[in-house]
Design a protein around this ligand. Structure first.
Ligand code: PLP
Length: 400
C-alpha cells in the first residue's frame, strides 16, 4: 500500500463523519467558559450561552433560507427531528378526534418509517409510495395519493443508501396546492444540494450534526409556523423551551457545533461537490474498467455526488466488506444498522431501499455502499479500486 495513504480509508460518510477541526474549536469555549444555561439570561454566563445558540440558529436559518431563527428547533438528532415532524402534526389532529392520512415512501429512513407504522396503530392511514428502478418517487403517484384528509407528506431529500435525490420542487408544489405539510429528511442532502425552504415549499426539514462534520447527538428541525389550520404537539414536555415544541436545557456546545457545521457545509458546497463527485466518478470508472457484471444502485444523474452504491454480482457483500476491512478500507454492506450475526454466521438483512428498486436477489446480496468525504483523496480511491479489482474475481471463483 502506498505510503501517502492514511489508514483506515473511510468511505462510510453516509453513516457518520469526523468532526471538522473548525467545528471543534467553535464548540470548545461553550463547554468550559460559556457554560451557562441559555434559559437563565439574567447573568452574563447565561447570556453568552444564549448568544451561542442564537448564532447557530442564524447560521442554520441562513443556510436553508428560513425567514426567522424562531423556525429552528434544536433536537437530539435527526431521529428525533423526524419523529417530531411526523408525530407532532399528526398527534395534534388525533387529539381533536380526527384520524389524518399521511404520505411517505417505502425507501424512507427508519426514523420516518417507524413513527408512521406506530401511528397506523392509532388509526392513521399511511400511504407508502413505491419508487422507480432508480429509487425516485413519481410526482404523479404523489398527486394521485393525496386525499381530502391528507395532513402531511414526508419524502427525504436524498436517500442515505443509494443517494437518489427526490423531486422536491414538484412535491413541494403538490403540498402547497393542497395545504398539506411537506416534511423532508435532509440529513444526507445538506452541503450537497441547494436546500431553500421557500423555493422548495418545505414546511418541516430534519438535519443532523454528525452527517455533516458536526457533533453526534444534536440535530435540528426547521418548522414553518404557523400553518393556518394545523399545529404541532410536542414529543417532549417540560419547561417550555423552544416555544414549547421541545423542552429541555439546550445542548449548547452541540448546537454551536451544529451551527458551525451547517455554515461550513453550505459555504463550501460547490468545492465539496466538485471534489467528491470527481473522486466518486473516478472510483466508478476504475471499477467498471477492471470488472464486469457491476450494477449501479441509485439514479445515474439525480444522485448525491459522494454516493456510489454498487452490486458486485456473484459476491456476498458482507464477506466483501469484511475483506475490505482487512485491507483497511471501510465501506458499508447494505444499511449501516442492519448487520446481524446469527448463530456464528454473518448475515446482512436485505436493505428495504434496495428491495424497493430490484427483486434480483444476487444484486441485493452483493451491494456495497461507498460514501466519500471531503478528506477522501485520489490515491485512496485508486487503492480502493485496485484492491476490489483484485478481491472480487477471487471471491467470484470461490463462490461459484
Ligand atoms: C443518519 C440519518 C438519520 C438519523 O440521524 P441521527 O442524527 O443519527 O438520529 C435520519 N435520516 C437519515 C436520512 C440519516 O441518514
Amino acid at each position: 500500500m502506498s505510503e501517502n495513504i492514511a489508514t483506515p480509508i473511510y468511505l462510510d460518510h453516509h453513516a457518520s463523519t469526523p468532526v471538522d477541526q473548525r467545528v471543534l474549536e467553535a464548540m470548545q469555549p461553550y463547554h468550559t467558559e460559556h457554560y451557562g444555561n441559555p434559559a437563565n439570561d439574567t447573568h452574563q454566563v447565561g447570556r453568552d450561552a444564549k448568544a451561542g445558540v442564537l448564532t447557530a440558529a442564524e447560521q442554520i436559518a441562513d443556510a436553508i433560507g428560513a425567514s426567522s431563527t424562531k423556525n429552528i428547533i434544536f433536537t437530539s438528532g435527526a431521529t428525533e427531528s423526524d419523529n417530531l415532524a411526523i408525530r407532532g402534526p399528526v398527534e395534534h389532529v388525533l387529539q381533536q378526534g380526527q384520524t389524518p392520512h399521511i404520505i411517505t415512501a417505502v425507501t424512507e429512513h427508519e426514523a420516518v418509517i417507524e413513527p408512521c407504522e406506530a401511528l397506523e396503530a392509532n388509526g392513521v392511514d399511511v400511504t407508502y409510495l413505491s419508487v422507480d428502478e432508480y429509487g425516485r418517487v413519481d410526482p404523479d403517484d404523489m398527486r394521485a395519493a393525496v386525499r381530502e384528509d391528507t395532513l402531511l407528506i414526508s419524502i427525504m431529500a436524498a436517500n442515505n443508501e443509494i443517494g437518489t435525490v427526490a423531486p422536491l420542487e414538484e412535491i413541494g408544489e403538490i403540498a402547497a396546492e393542497h395545504d398539506i405539510y411537506f416534511h423532508t429528511d435532509a440529513v444526507q442532502a445538506l452541503g450537497y444540494l441547494e436546500l431553500d425552504v421557500e423555493d422548495l415549499g418545505i414546511d418541516l426539514m430534519s438535519l443532523s450534526g454528525h452527517k455533516i462534520y458536526g457533533p453526534k447527538g444534536v440535530g435540528a428541525l426547521y418548522v414553518r409556523r404557523p400553518k393556518p389550520k394545523n399545529d404541532i404537539t410536542p414529543l417532549i414536555r417540560g419547561g417550555g423551551h423552544q416555544s414549547g415544541l421541545r423542552s429541555g436545557t439546550l445542548n449548547v456546545p452541540g448546537i454551536v457545533g451544529l451551527g458551525k457545521a451547517v455554515e461550513l457545509a453550505t459555504a463550501n458546497r460547490h468545492d465539496r461537490v466538485d471534489h467528491v463527485e470527481a473522486l466518486r466518478n473516478r472510483l466508478w470508472d476504475q471499477l467498471t474498467g477492471q470488472l464486469d457484471e457491476l450494477a449501479l444502485n441509485g439514479h445515474p444523474d439525480h444522485r448525491l455526488p459522494h454516493n456510489l452504491n454498487v452490486s458486485f454480482r456473484g459476491v456476498n457483500n458482507y464477506l466483501l466488506t469484511r475483506e475490505l476491512n482487512q485491507n483497511r478500507i471501510i465501506a458499508a454492506a447494505g444499511a449501516a444498522c442492519s448487520t446481524a450475526e446469527e448463530g456464528g454466521t454473518a448475515t446482512v438483512e436485505t436493505s428495504h431501499v434496495l428491495e424497493a428498486i430490484t427483486d434480483d436477489e444476487e444484486r441485493l446480496e452483493s451491494a456495497i455502499r461507498f460514501g466519500l468525504g471531503k478528506e477522501t483523496t485520489a490515491d485512496e480511491i485508486d487503492y480502493v479500486a485496485d484492491t476490489i479489482a483484485d478481491i472480487v474475481p477471487k471471491k467470484r471463483r470461490i463462490q461459484l
